[in-house]
Design a protein around this ligand. Structure first.
Ligand SMILES: Cc1ncc(COP(=O)(O)O)c(C=O)c1O
Length: 439
């Protein structure tokens, strides 16, 4: 291995055990298609599409060239009060993929910003239609909506909240839907748990009154908490209660967007249409940061039309809301998804993937396997008194054996690029199985 020409200490790593990592670093230096190359030259099969985002595989020439061309043509243009062609084209392509009626696209740079943007849009919308008292936001336990103050407030991951004070006021949470006794080893959507959506009506609306609630935000399939698939009928009930009481429904599709579930959005796969969708990650195949909110046209119209003519309608935006490099990457990525029919491919491969991951049932410590589209969670029994260590050991051994998996607590998550082959599914799951047997 060549000597490193960089120091490890100055960089404060995100969501990482810095001391542990710096004592035994895992450095990736290049990537192509389904593989990373580690600094010692080993090829690592990417079982996680980076961080649930490299849906078309790595360093795809078409996307690389589009970014290169854009950098030479228009590197940056001011995005407030000025426009460039790419942002309009990219918004149009994204709107085409979204469910009917959701066709107004606001750009941000990260999933966290997309979530904050969506929360601000719903508050602005309620105010614009004369319902400004509707300002309570409802999230869900175990939900992950990024790390902005909005996202951690509606999010339900205790470790992401506990050090950061009082967060947003006027937030409440639905119960999560995870239940090992009822649903362990479900294939696809679990049978039990639709009634958990009724907590919105029987507890939350009863407590806060519907007239005070702006919106509900959930991940249609919760990813970062360890792949929690919605029980059959759950999202339908959530939608029905939102409609009954005039609440907006936001699907955070930062992970599930752009083919992960076998369709463009999980809203389509699951047959439930929200009022707003947040997206990020796969929109540019993770080459250049881009994220955003797709809003129903009624929301855009209401906010825009209530403002006096010739004035800014929504006081919100980022210096890089629709950066030319990002929108060029998005255009090329969406063209690639279309040409290679990658969403259909994910749909087809999902059956094989399901079969493979469920073969892990019965291996030591495995207490649940769950899956949807090209996402799977394998839950391990925590080591006594040391939660999280067992899955982390599995992650380290997987990396030694040449596969990249992701762990959250004692759950191992898989979400490979949509180009994964049957042989690579077998390699990924076979290697993970071997590691679990050795643990
Ligand atoms: C559902 C969801 N929302 C928001 C985010 C935050 O995205 P980012 O890390 O780009 O801020 C994530 C990241 O994984 C996510 O999974």
């Amino acid at each position: 291995m060549p000597p490193r020409d960089f120091p490890l200490e100055p960089f404060w790593m995100p969501f990482t055990a810095n001391r542990q990592f710096k004592a035994a670093p895992r450095i990736l230096v290049s990537a192509q298609d389904m593989h990373y190359t580690a600094e010692d030259g080993r090829r690592i099969l990417d079982g996680t599409a980076g961080l649930w985002c490299v849906n078309a595989g790595h360093c795809r020439p078409r996307i690389v060239q589009a970014i290169q061309r854009q950098a030479e043509t228009l590197d940056y243009s001011p995005l407030f009060q000025m426009g460039h062609p790419g942002e309009f084209r990219a918004a149009g392509l994204i709107a085409e993929l979204a469910p009917d009626g959701l066709d107004r696209v606001f750009f941000a740079n990260s999933g966290s910003e997309a979530v904050d943007t969506a929360l601000k849009i719903v508050l602005a919308y309620q105010r614009a239609r004369g319902e400004g008292h509707r300002n309570v936001l409802i999230g869900r336990e175990r939900g992950y909506h990024g790390v902005g103050f909005g996202g951690i407030s509606v999010g339900g991951i205790p470790a992401n909240r506990k050090a950061f004070g009082s967060l947003l006021p006027r937030v409440d949470h639905l119960p999560h839907t995870h239940n090992l006794e009822r649903n362990a080893f479900s294939r696809g959507q679990p049978e039990w748990g639709a009634h958990l959506a009724e907590d919105l009506e029987t507890r939350i609306i009863a407590l806060h009154d519907a007239s005070n609630i702006a919106a509900v935000i959930v991940e249609p399939v919760a990813g970062s908490t360890g792949v929690l698939v919605p029980p059959k009928g759950y999202l339908e009930r959530l939608r029905a209660i939102c409609d009954k009481y005039g609440l907006l429904l936001i699907f955070d599709e930062v992970i599930t967007g752009f083919g992960r579930t076998g369709r463009a959005f999980a809203a389509e796969t699951l047959g439930v249409v929200p009022d707003l969708i947040t997206f990020a990650k796969g929109v540019t195949n993770a080459t250049v940061p881009l994220a955003g909110v797709i809003a129903h046209r009624k929301i855009y119209d209401t906010i825009v039309e209530q403002a006096p003519p010739d004035t800014v309608e929504l006081f919100h935006g980022y210096t890089y809301s629709g950066h030319p490099l990002a929108t060029a990457a998005a255009e090329a990525t969406l063209a690639l998804y279309h040409e290679e029919k990658l969403f259909d491919r994910a749909h087809t491969m999902a059956a094989r993937f399901e079969q493979a991951v469920h073969s892990l049932k019965g291996l030591p410590h495995v207490i649940d396997v769950r899956n949807f589209g090209l996402m799977a969670g394998i839950e391990l029994e925590p080591a006594p008194g040391k939660p999280g260590t067992r899955a982390f050991q599995a992650f380290l051994r997987c990396f030694e054996k040449g596969i990249l998996v992701r762990v959250t607590g004692d759950i191992i998550a898989l979400s490979p690029p949509l180009i994964i082959s049957e042989t690579q599914i077998d390699e990924l799951v076979g290697t993970l199985g071997a590691v679990l047997r050795e643990l």
